[in-house]
Design a protein around this ligand. Structure first.
Ligand code: TYM
Length: 332
């Protein structure tokens, strides 16, 4: 029997992934490659919506790819590729743009947040159509499961809506994708502001932990993470969001349950706890950092791995597109 398909994408908009990306998404990519037919890509077309410098985009795309392999994606099991190298994504995005209402696109909260940041009218049209390109990414592979953090829920609903609409207008063409979101790690928060999600674009450097961060800095940031009043290490989302975030991080990385951590640190105060959180994070990221550097040292080989991933992805994307064009009434 064919394995279910899993797909996800991650943007190359920073020099490193952060702990939220890792726990909310990348770790699930790695786990699911064993049970699913897996497609994972670097969303460089999405990154273009904020007009990055070409040199920076090139570098960050390779750094992102290297981190995915370093985190455990196996090019034999998973197709890992760069979005722009499979041109069918852009093509399907146009067809889906033509199926999307202005009001529908305007309701996307990420767009509204970003548009507010750039100022009225200054955000690009690309930013507006961003979730529709994301729908194209997903639908083109007839995807069953999409591992993402909680911030992508609305975009996944739009993908399902567009699939359904296309299917009912033109005949069954796309599978309806399901989000794959792990409750415990769907929102890792900023170390300095535990009410906000950890974010490449809006967290301060002190609030964000990078996968490629140097261990000394990483330890310092965790020791300085905002904790809450009192001194007990217990999970309490409403009153102790900072400690709760650190408990989640520890538990997700160490595999020790939050209840066991609470028992272990009873009466010890925040300092001892944070020290251990830092060690757990360093132990996870140090080997990833090392492997990332090795992969980046041979750019030609890295590019070859990505080209092979794109070939596999394209074969699937082409099949879907032949059907889509025909359904729409475009000449062969
Ligand atoms: P991006 O690049 O912003 O984030 C990559 C993944 O990391 C997750 N994430 C988090 N999870 C938990 N806690 C956090 N603080 C946190 N911050 C980020 C995100 O939910 C995401 O899963 N639009 C997507 C990229 C994309 C995509 C796709 C995803 C393009 N096409 C198709 C899935 C399917 C994005 O900007 O992710």
């Amino acid at each position: 029997m064919a394995r279910p398909r899993v797909l996800s994408g991650i943007q190359p908009t920073a020099d490193s992934f952060h702990l939220g990306n890792y726990l909310g998404a990348v770790r699930q990519y790695v786990a699911l490659q064993d049970t699913h037919e897996a497609f994972y890509f670097i969303a460089d077309l999405h990154a273009l919506t904020v007009a990055p410098k070409p040199e920076e985009l090139r570098r960050r795309t390779r750094v992102a790819a290297a981190q995915l392999f370093a985190a455990g994606l196996d090019p034999e099991r998973a197709a890992v590729f760069v979005q722009s190298q499979v041109r069918e994504h852009s093509e399907l995005a146009w067809y889906l743009i033509c199926q999307t209402g202005m009001g529908e696109a305007g309701r996307m909260t990420q767009f509204k947040d970003k548009a507010a940041k750039y100022g009225e009218g200054a955000a690009s049209v690309g930013l507006f159509t961003y979730p529709i390109l994301q729908a194209a990414d997903i639908l083109i592979y007839q995807t069953d499961q999409v591992p993402v953090g909680g911030d992508q829920k609305q975009h996944l609903e739009l993908s399902r809506d567009l699939a359904q609409r296309f299917n009912s207008r033109y005949g069954p063409t796309f599978k309806l994708p399901n989000p794959y979101i792990l409750k415990e790690v769907e929102k890792i928060t900023d170390l300095q502001d535990p009410s906000a999600k950890m974010s490449k674009s809006s967290s301060s450097p002190q609030g964000i932990i990078d996968v490629l961060e140097e261990p000394g800095r990483l330890r310092k940031k965790i020791m300085r993470a905002v904790t809450d009043t009192g001194s007990e290490v217990v999970a309490d989302e409403a009153n102790k969001p900072g400690v709760t975030n650190l408990l989640r991080i520890h538990s997700a990385l160490s595999g020790v349950s939050i209840a066991d951590l609470e028992a272990r640190f009873a009466g010890q105060g925040y300092g001892a706890f944070k020290k251990e959180v830092a060690e757990v994070v360093v132990d996870t990221f140090a080997p990833i950092r090392e492997r990332t550097e090795k992969l980046l040292a041979d750019e030609a080989e890295l590019d070859r791995m990505l080209a092979a991933g794109a070939d596999r992805a394209r074969a699937v994307a082409r099949e879907t597109m032949a059907q889509v064009r025909d359904r729409l009434g475009l000449l062969p």
